[in-house]
Ligand binder design. Structure first.
Ligand SMILES: Cc1cc2nc3c(=O)[nH]c(=O)nc-3n(C[C@H](O)[C@H](O)[C@H](O)COP(=O)(O)OP(=O)(O)OC[C@H]3O[C@@H](n4cnc5c(N)ncnc54)[C@H](O)[C@@H]3O)c2cc1C
Length: 394
């Protein structure tokens, strides 16, 4: 990787050095494509990401992509946990919908890795790539597209010219709006608190999602009797939970999990995120593509945002390599349109299903409460429906 700002001509400029922008660059290792990753953060912040409370639940498919990108080797094995089973419970009922690893014929349903570790591992891989330049401390302010190239206006007063702009600049993507691409946006008026907790009883590598009547409480089984604890609730309630002293918070969580983990103790800090989802109305334009959260910003309740981002960048990597092989210009619509079609096909059902689940499982009116119970039983019993959910994890 190069760390200089003199060069201003690249084949691809990735706006955003978050996990998806960097993973996309890793997918173009060993090609002749000259890539720049532009990020407003410092090199230190990108290479040494801070703990942010997110424990990422990776699917088996994501594992395959991270292996293909040569990134998985960099994740310390002793810091990876597995999910053997996932249980979904509703209201105060003890009945649960169960997904087990045996149903997908794998040794686990998925893997838990803290987000900062994924980002650190991605950086370790990308820094070895000779065709990638990191332009840090630089915000991309505007994008201008002409027939033959795109020009990016940077905060460091330099303009960068490129054949293709790939925007991985978050769900609030400035590049998306500068390109005039609208997005379906939904503000749930809720916050999600994430934190790590240590507990007395073993989680047995089971992930839980409790759709209570006033909040959603989830746990992701991590190493050494610890879990990633996820609480989604109204802003007022999450503010109270954020301010609660540690002892009270521990007690509150023990109660919310019906003491199934025994004594619980907060490890580190609590982090709060606003719940806003976005889905871009299109993912491509001439010399422009959206990836990661900039394309589809999922609600984290079903833990699919990063997984979907990996799927998308894998598709785009493949299409770009195809264009390169066929000696086609990588920035023209013809080279990009397969990406749009395939990502939409993968993302729309997951996005709509997730939003549907949230609509139903956060509604407390009586018909919804009855439907909530019915659906858990229905999915548990009707094999083809259950298989549709399990297929997302494969
Ligand atoms: C609480 C929580 C839990 C989650 N859990 C899961 C999970 O279990 N499984 C899962 O698959 N997903 C999960 N996700 C989703 C996952 O974290 C995101 O999908 C992922 O981080 C998106 O990465 P990204 O690179 O697209 O965007 P970001 O991580 O938002 O990175 C964007 C980057 O762009 C840079 N940038 C922005 N604008 C500019 C600009 N104009 N110029 C230069 N640089 C710019 C920023 O500095 C940043 O580095 C979770 C999300 C949250 C909030």
């Amino acid at each position: 990787m190069n760390f200089q700002k003199k060069n201003t001509n690249f084949d691809i400029v990735i706006v955003g050095g978050g996990p998806i922008g960097i993973a996309f660059a890793c997918g173009l290792a060993n090609t002749t494509i000259k890539i720049a990753i532009v990020d407003k953060l410092s090199k230190y912040a990108i290479s040494n990401p801070k703990v942010d409370g997110r424990e990422i639940a990776l699917t088996q498919h994501s594992l395959k992509i991270l292996e293909k990108l040569n990134v998985w080797n960099y994740v310390p094995k002793k810091l990876i946990s597995t999910i053997k089973e996932a249980r979904v419970l509703d209201g105060n009922s003890k009945y649960f919908l169960n997904f087990a690893h045996s149903e997908i014929k794998k040794e686990c349903l998925g893997y838990i890795v803290p987000n900062y570790l994924i980002r650190k591992s991605l950086f370790k891989r990308v820094k070895n790539l000779k065709n990638v330049t990191l332009i840090n401390n630089s915000e991309c302010l505007a994008v201008n597209i002409s027939k033959k190239y795109a020009t990016l206006k940077m905060s460091n007063k330099k303009n960068i010219k490129t054949s293709l702009v790939v925007a991985a600049d978050s769900r609030f993507s400035k590049m998306r709006s500068k390109m005039g691409i609208a997005a379906f946006t939904r503000n749930f008026d809720k916050n999600m608190i994430v934190c790590r907790m240590r507990h007395g009883k073993s989680h047995k590598n089971i992930a839980y999602e409790f759709f209570r009547y006033n909040q959603t409480q989830a746990s992701l089984p991590y190493i050494k009797n610890q879990s990633g604890i996820v609480t989604t609730a109204t802003k007022d309630l999450t503010e109270v939970l954020m301010k609660m002293n540690k002892k009270q918070f521990n007690k509150e969580m023990e109660n919310n999990f019906d003491s199934s983990f025994g004594k619980m103790e907060l490890v580190g800090k609590r982090y709060s995120y606003p719940m806003i989802t976005t889905y871009a109305k299109k993912f491509i334009a001439h010399r422009f593509a959206l990836i990661g959260d900039a394309a589809v910003g999922m609600h984290p309740v079903t833990a699919h945002g990063f997984n979907l981002g990996l799927k998308g960048l894998d598709i785009l990597n493949t299409e770009i390599k195809k264009a390169l092989k066929n000696k086609t210009d990588i920035g023209i619509i013809d080279a990009l349109k397969n990406y749009q079609t395939k990502l939409h096909r993968a993302a729309a059902p997951v996005y709509l299903a997730t939003n549907g689940i949230i609509n139903l499982y956060t509604s407390n009116i009586l018909p919804a409460k009855i439907t909530r119970q019915f659906i858990l039983r229905f999915v548990n019993i009707v094999k083809p429906i259950k298989q549709t959910f399990l297929n997302i994890l494969k």
